[in-house]
Unconditional design. Sequence first.
Lengths: 413, 425
Amino acid sequence: MPSARTARPHSARHTLSALGALGVVTALALTGCANSSTTASGTASSSGKVSRVSVTLTNDGSDKCAVSETKVPAGPVTFTVKNESSTAITEVELLQDQRILGEKENLAPGLDAVRFTATLTGGNYQVYCPGAEQELTDFTVTGKVTSTANSSAATLLDEGTKGYAEYVDGQVTDMVTAVKQLQADVDKGDLAAAKTDYANARPFYEHVESDVDGFVKKGYKATDNAGNLDYLIDMRASNLDDAVGWSGFHAVERDLFEAGAITDTTKQTAAALTENVELLAKLVPTLDYKPEDLANGAAGLLEEVQSNKVTGEEEAYSHIDLVDLAANVEGARQAFAYLKPGLTKLDPTLTKQIAKQFDATNTLMDDYRNADDLGGFDTWDAATKASDANKISQQVQALQDPLSRLAEKVATA
Amino acid sequence: MTTPPVSRRALFGAGVAAAGAGVGAAAGIAGATAATGVNPFTAATNGDESIDLSQSHPFYATAARQPQGGVQTAPQRYCVFMTFDVSSSVATDLQVLLARWSASIAQLQAGKTVGSVEPAHGDGVGADTGEALDLGPASLTVTVGLGPGIFDERFGLASKKPSHLAAIPTLPSDNLDEGLTGGDLSLQACADDPQVAYHAVRDLARMARGTATVRWTVLGFGRASAGPNQSTPRNLMGFKDGTRNITTDEDYDRFVWIDDAGDGADWMRGGTYQVARKIRMNIEIWDADVVSDQQRVFGRTKIEGAPLSGGSEHTTPDFAAADKSGATKIDPTSHIALAAHEANDGVKILRRPYNYTDGLNQYGQLDAGLLFTAYMNDPEHFTRLQRKLGASDRLNEYISHIGSAVFAVPPAPRKGSYIGEQLFR
């Protein structure tokens, strides 16, 4: 997902209910936590006989997932999974209504067969082999039908999106406060205070950037950067549109950190920044999100890390790239956290993998925390970049990899 | 060595390949026109190798103690070498990675993808990145190596360590860059199409994410060694490289393949050790050296590659032959005199190097050299030779060893198994 540094049409993923009507703010209801307890097994059949099903993964030109039986009586069912030769299929799941009742991961050719057993009541199930030519195989259990449905993963994910919407709204509200402080100190001509304000304001944008980068002011074409809020707020020197000129955070950054002087232009730029951020704060609450928007947004933030922060391109004058980087990671972590209750039901292993890599990334970033530097992180100067960029980039990559599978998981729930 | 020989001399016009139009173009013609006659140039020159991109090498072994490809395999034109650090300390993660790599390499060598390029869901991420689609197998081989770190305390595999596997000691003239040394795992992907080789390494590195991180890599071109029936190629110094390389099965058995790797390392029988050195050449300085001195440095003539003691390329050098003044015709500190097995207790190593370039260095000079990859049944054979070369080789004025690593290369797995399986039993 490219960074929205240049004009682009509205992101289709959002439902923008009232773009023109800026006064209208849609309140997002926050539903309480539903009961999330559920059980993978229903009432066992009385026979006590175990059904056996083999799942065999092969590649003979395309990746195939063969299920030996597709109809078994209610009761315990043991699935034996063997990867004979497929490189694309690394996991097999047993699903009912998008819920995972049993699964095996890390399936690679040559490894021993693995088993899992689930006690199944009558109903329709599916064997899911992601990466196979035919990914889903219908699996029917006959016998006494007992409903096992409880709080579904989809419901939990939906609740997560609402909680996340509140989080984003909170971030843009705080952003307004922070840029007003920046404007106030710029107006006073207090360079040192303004620098601190700048570093304090940046994380609010970087937390939610991938959600708020699609807005166009009323009366402008989507292709006109003069109406593109992301351009007006967050344009970097490297991608300027000469027809529109430069405004926003980074124009202020240039004056404060490169020129080291506050001029009348700086004051005008800071005032315009406040105006545009206030506009953004009115628009953002009109957004609502699908679970995959959170997943894609998180992935987008990590792409921002790789493309603009690790390179030092984002904060070319202040060199507080690590502040932005940590904020991108934090924003992605928030999106993941809101999806987590539902995702745990869909795929506990992936949930753990992603959580583990977020922990590892945070642990790594702890090495760079430094209360003495602006924004609370080490300055991303040329020497630090040369010695540490690779390490950070690789850890973020290790996080991106499992995270890239998130959107598909939650989109199909 | 029982890997079936693959003929690299497809009988189509040598002029096509020689024209340098790119292997892709050559392959297109190969597919369209069956050879009907002998091109006069084919018969007349020795640089007549044409590339058939439909050729493939099998990955799985069909007999015990069969080596992996990419060692005795006739050197392909391009090679990507990459090393990795294992970031996980869980043996199962390493095991799964080796299993996934093995099965994937088998498919890649057959010219297949490692999974779907376009997943059924638009929201899905492709399992294969897709850039090698339609390029053919291009004689790809991917060779997997295990560094000394695999046998440290992390994975509980110390008791299975091959007896000769240890980091290469510091050698005379070493100028190593830490960022270009070592690694827990290595991949050597060689193919006749550079994009096929790069795709293989890229997708295997992608598969490793979360388990291993990349450490250093070199992109090699223009094979700088010759297999059977291949003419001796030239390194970037313009000299033929590897005229006296190992070629016979007898020498492979004696110097390359491991017969006994020590207690606990029975799993390495049929394997070998890989030594990789990144050797930078001081190109501009070398280019300004007069040809008589260049020839003296190597001990051979530049065009023919004949030893300065006389004869043609494959004439055995006579290191004792003297000129009228009494000096030996081949300088005793020339490259071939110091490296000759006659001067090293008969020891030989299999050299399988490639040229590389990294563009320009910070001084605006050409940044290029040799990815020296060598195979032997005891890395001490390499250190013995390099200790001598590093101390007094006339070539040292023009080169610098900047990267170094050693790996154990297990034998090829049989179908249904994977590289290093015995480690986890």
